[in-house]
Write a protein that binds this ligand. Sequence first.
Ligand code: NAP
Ligand code: G4F
Length: 352
Amino acid sequence: MKKALITGIRGQDGAYLAQLLLEKGCEVYGADRRSGDSGNWRLKELGIEKDVKIVYMDLLELTNIMRVIEKIKPDEVYNLAAQSFVQTAFEQPILTSDIDAIGVLRLLETIRTIKPDAKFYQASSSEMFGRVQETPQTEKTPFYPRSPYGVSKLFGHWITVNYRESYNMFACSGILFNHESPLRGLEFVTRKITYGIARIKYGLRDKIVLGNLDSKRDWGFAKEYVEGMWLMLQQEGPDDYVLATNEAHSVKEFVENAFKAAEYSIAWEGEGVNTKCIDKKTGKILVEISPEFYRPAEVDILIGDPSKAKEKLGWKPVTKFADLVGIMVEADLEKVGMEKRTGYFNETGGNR
Ligand code: NAP
Ligand code: G4F
């Protein structure tokens, strides 16, 4: 039985990947930095919390990482742990770099020393393309990160390439474009919108306050993207791959599709920071803008070309943008409906 270690097990991708690897017959170890039981809602929601063997590991602490790798001696390591929220990276750039850049090196150096034949996956990001140098972005597009998060991820990416080239390690970097799901954290814009709409619908909130509505992202469905991660480690040799849908949509389009899925008819008024989204039926304001959610430097548009992954891995995105929005709205309506009916704060609503 193959032993797989997933860092960031409490996150969106960690949960879906654990589910996939269990289905593939792996013994799955999930590394958690001891966030406590409340951080367990995603594994619970997928019904796999008892099947994943939890180990405590923080990417900030080298000796802790060494003990875990020594104990498990994993065949595959998926490094999904990160301070993954771009906005926070501007507030905590040093912590973000310690986790997202040096943390990758701590892990690679440990694997090189203790279990050099382990296959390694690094969760790289389309944020590394930042101010894009060509469109669509491929594995060969030059990088231009626009946040401490993007800069840190770029170090993580290149150190992965470097360990592959220097020490012949099976180390892959997946350059993943935004991928979302009902398990997405509530701080990210997609889930902030779908969860917010569900709370408006159930009368638990009046409106949603957002930042830049004009930025565009290449949004796919997370459950499909973890399959790509797994496929990368099943190939004959290690390589880097872009996973994306090759379609970009604005935050505004996401809002429009989400309200439509929740059966609202909306209209936009005003411009820039004065933009408002109005409920046509009641005239109430549903969305407002606050500069609080603007970023010091924005990534205006990302659109990825997953041709290499299609050709070499046989991977392709299936869920279309409107369907993804529908899946997320439906899931949040169900969760908030349950909360409203029972008066019980269901963990699956996340850390509001
Ligand atoms: P996520 O939901 O934020 O999960 C990240 C996990 O990392 C969290 O469970 C967090 O633990 C853990 N973590 C944070 N700091 C840590 C530390 N010092 N030591 C150990 N664990 C730590 O992120 P995701 O959406 O699943 O993304 C997975 C990975 O892919 C991340 O590396 C992210 O940067 C990258 N990525 C994501 C996307 C996307 O669109 N989702 C796209 C490209 C790349 P707690 O639960 O304790 O906070
Ligand atoms: O949902 P976001 O916070 O995701 P972002 O910054 O694209 O980062 C995500 O995708 C990356 C891959 O490209 C990952 F590496 C990273 O870990 C993370 O998963 O913001 C998306 C866009 C931004 O342009 C932001 O300015 O939405 C805009 N936005 C507008 N209003 C907002 C808001 N973002 C958030 N989080 N909250 C708002 O109120």
